[in-house]
Design a protein around this ligand. Structure first.
Ligand code: F6P
Length: 324
């Protein structure tokens, strides 16, 4: 087992609150063992073009509370091609980097797997607001994003109550409905539309709102995960079928920004330090994951095969029972 003397760290894909805590913990942990750290800018793009910054503890002080990522990020199209992965690997070897820590979501994990072929040892840390990396119960950024969405929806509700309207709020999540489920339940939504459960039945939503309207209620909230259905079309359908004036709000990128919650800072710190421990222990090509609230790790290939974060049916059923 060769000693680790120098590591590179990058963030890739959508930025997520908590990424900075992970970077900080990588740098602090590495420093304790005399390991040098290179920060790669703009994810895999910076690896190809060797855009880097030397990181020491002075550079990462006071970043726990910052949203975004101090290393910037990208979704690299070039890294999908082997010639560019080879270039990236050459850069790492030329600069005598022994291993890479890549913080990001599903695309980052797939990039790391492809990179194995070039002989680069990569440890992944799951960071994405979508919580869509199947092997782990938690991905950095989800808690902050769900709280941001909840707070925004609370405000939207104030307005829709004042006007007696229905608010249809679209939240992020890519192909997963976790932000919608959590923000929707936390704001007592009348209906939550999730990619995992959507059967195309608009009537269930319009009927529920129509019935409540007939019973004298006058404001409503529907939370829709992005990509499931057209929020505008849904709002028009609600208006047509129930007579309730309906408005759409798309929350968008505010869900990715802002100060990380304590949970994202804590898990970012734990995962960053754990990744360095893995490298010091001679581990190769792993992903850090959370299971039953404990840190564990899987091989990168194993991680892709695990499909254990299907939406919890009890949570979903409860969201229906508790809808107002
Ligand atoms: O993966 C995080 C995420 O914010 C998704 O929720 C969303 O679908 C996507 O990124 C948006 O990506 P982009 O920043 O490329 O517009």
């Amino acid at each position: 087992m060769s000693e680790i003397k120098k590591i590179a760290v990058l963030t890739s894909g959508g930025d997520a609150p908590g990424m900075n805590s992970a970077i900080r913990a990588v740098v602090f942990s590495a420093a304790q063992f005399g390991i040098e750290v290179v920060g790669v800018l703009r994810g895999y793009e910076g690896l190809i073009d060797w855009e880097t910054v030397a990181l020491d503890i002075n550079k990462v002080r006071n970043i726990n509370n910052r949203g975004g990522t101090i290393l910037y990020t990208s979704r690299s199209e070039r890294f999908l091609q082997q010639e560019y992965r080879r270039k990236a690997a050459r850069n790492l070897r030329e600069h005598e980097v022994d291993a890479l820590i890549a913080i990001g979501g599903d695309g980052t994990l797939r990039g790391a797997i492809a990179f194995e072929e070039e002989g680069i040892n990569t440890i992944c840390i799951p960071g994405t607001i979508d919580r869509d990396v199947s092997c782990t119960e938690y991905t950095l950024g989800f808690d902050t994003a769900a709280n941001t969405a909840m707070e925004a929806i609370d405000r939207i509700r104030d307005s829709s109550v004042s006007h007696g309207r229905c608010s249809v709020v679209e939240v992020m999540g890519r192909k997963r409905g976790y932000i919608a489920l959590w923000a929707g339940m936390a704001t007592s939504a009348d209906a939550i539309v999730l990619p995992e459960k959507w059967d195309g039945n608009y009537d269930s939503i319009t009927d529920a709102i129509g019935k409540r309207h007939a019973d004298g209620r006058d404001s409503y909230l529907v939370v829709v995960a992005e990509g499931v259905t057209d929020a505008q079309q849904l709002a028009e359908m609600i208006r047509e079928k129930t007579g309730v004036e309906s408005r759409v709000s798309v929350l968008g990128y505010i869900q990715r920004g802002g100060q990380p919650t304590a949970k994202d800072r804590m898990y970012g710190s734990l995962m960053g330090a754990y990744a360095v421990e893995q490298l010091r222990g001679g581990k190769q090509n792993r992903i850090v994951a959370i299971k039953n609230d404990f840190l564990i790790d899987y091989s990168l290939e194993e991680a892709l095969d695990i499909q254990n974060n299907l939406m919890d049916s009890f949570q979903y059923e409860l969201s229906l029972r508790l809808s107002e």
